[in-house]
Design a protein around this ligand. Sequence first.
Ligand code: ADP
Ligand code: MG
Length: 261
Amino acid sequence: MALIELRNVSKSYDSGGLPVEALKTVDLLVEEGEMLAIMGPSGSGKSTMLTILGAMNPPSSGAVLTDTIDVYALSGEKRADFRHEYLGFIFQQQHLVPYLTALENVMLPMAISRRSQHEQAAMAQAALERVGLGNKVDRLPSQLSGGEQERVAIARAIINEPPIILADEPTGCLDTETGIEVMGLLRTLNREGLTILVVTHNPDNTRFVDRTVSLRDGRIDADRRHPIVLSAMAGIGDGSLPSPRSLALTAPSVSVCATGI
Ligand code: ADP
Ligand code: MG
């Protein structure tokens, strides 16, 4: 049984009276523990797919089943609970609150929880440690590098321990080496059990994933499983990935910021 299923999903937007078909009868199955890259040119429907998976953008037709829950059959309130329980979000612009510390930013998604402040702070501290920022919890975003800010956003996404992470261009505004570190961190979280879907423009990022789904004009035009992971699943070789350092040495050190795409 797949953890996530898109069943015959279509989405059209009304753009000034003209319908735009952003997704066209898309079917997708994602197994628990998979890490996927979603690729495709600008306008191909990647963000639409992610927000539909994220329970925040109802499809025009079709269904989304997550852990067998028919997400868009839920009432608005139940769907908010579903999002809270199942999903962590990471966006290209991290939307950190500038006057809150790293710790306070990570605590934000727990604002509606019934846990004590003390317990919330301890959980945020643990999440920041998990992303390697245990010693910078009191810094403001302006006192952190771009990569560190992205790590805060990742800590915030995992604070409620959701089984699924949805990331839209998490490396889009980072330099190559920092982007590789962030992808490596996501891969580590995936190995620890999280199911992760990453929208990315950068083909280098597919080295960190099990599978790449390519969109074109609102349709899936390729769905490839990566052999390195197949061999790991089959117990052939050690399935190890190149280290972030070795990738950084071979990657061009240019900015890959894709703002606005
Ligand atoms: P991608 O993330 O691959 O760039 P999107 O999912 O953002 O693609 O967009 C797919 C298509 O849907 C594009 O043609 C885009 O202009 C259109 N679109 C996206 N969101 C809206 C919206 N809220 N209203 C109207 N059109 C939209
Ligand atoms: Mg997009």
